[in-house]
Write a protein that binds this ligand. Sequence first.
Ligand SMILES: [Zn+2]
Ligand SMILES: [Zn+2]
Length: 232
Amino acid sequence: MPSLLSSFSDLIFPHRCPFCDSICKEPVCLGCTDAVRFISPPLCDICGIPFKSDAVKSHTCGECMKKKRHFSWARGVLIYNDASAKAIHRFKYNKDTTFSKALGSIISRYPALEGFDVIIPVPLHIDRLRERGFNQSLLLARAVGKRHMIPVDPFALKRTRWTEPQVNLSGKERKINVKGAFEVQGNVRGRSVLLIDDVYTTGATVGECSKVLRKGGAKEVCVLTLARTAEL
Ligand SMILES: [Zn+2]
Ligand SMILES: [Zn+2]
């Protein structure tokens, strides 16, 4: 009796809004719906940055015209603002699976993920993994994989070098910081890869991972993140 089982588990582990911790039925509670912003078009068809004006259609942004991107497209589900930053921070640093379930359910609602052979989460360095106890990107990847029925390979990509947290670095410094930090371990040859991370800021980390995956023979790499900055 799955409905009885699930209502029993709802009693013990009720769904909590990942943004304010209140018990609610929806992925985002009513009180947080104004603060939590979902990304919607118009946006850059490559890096997914949302455009401010509703009048324009989705097109390629100036940055993507200038830069070579190693991924075909990148999309974020939420705008990275105070509300989503707070929720992601709690998710990463509190070993609480309530948040991982709630945020996993939000990222996995991203529609139309078809034609991917494998989902690969951005890996953590082994020392960081030991310190944190889990890889937040892997938890998100599992939620997406389950909903869209795409296999997840957490070992295809390895972080071979310890890197400083990107948070206080400039765009250029971020790129240098992650350069050469990843290595392909699994067989990605000829495969369409969906790469998953928690936040897209300048795209340095997912860009470096995409480059390495393409060099390793991946046919295509697309990126999905839970949140994305709306400003460059
Ligand atoms: Zn809330
Ligand atoms: Zn762009």
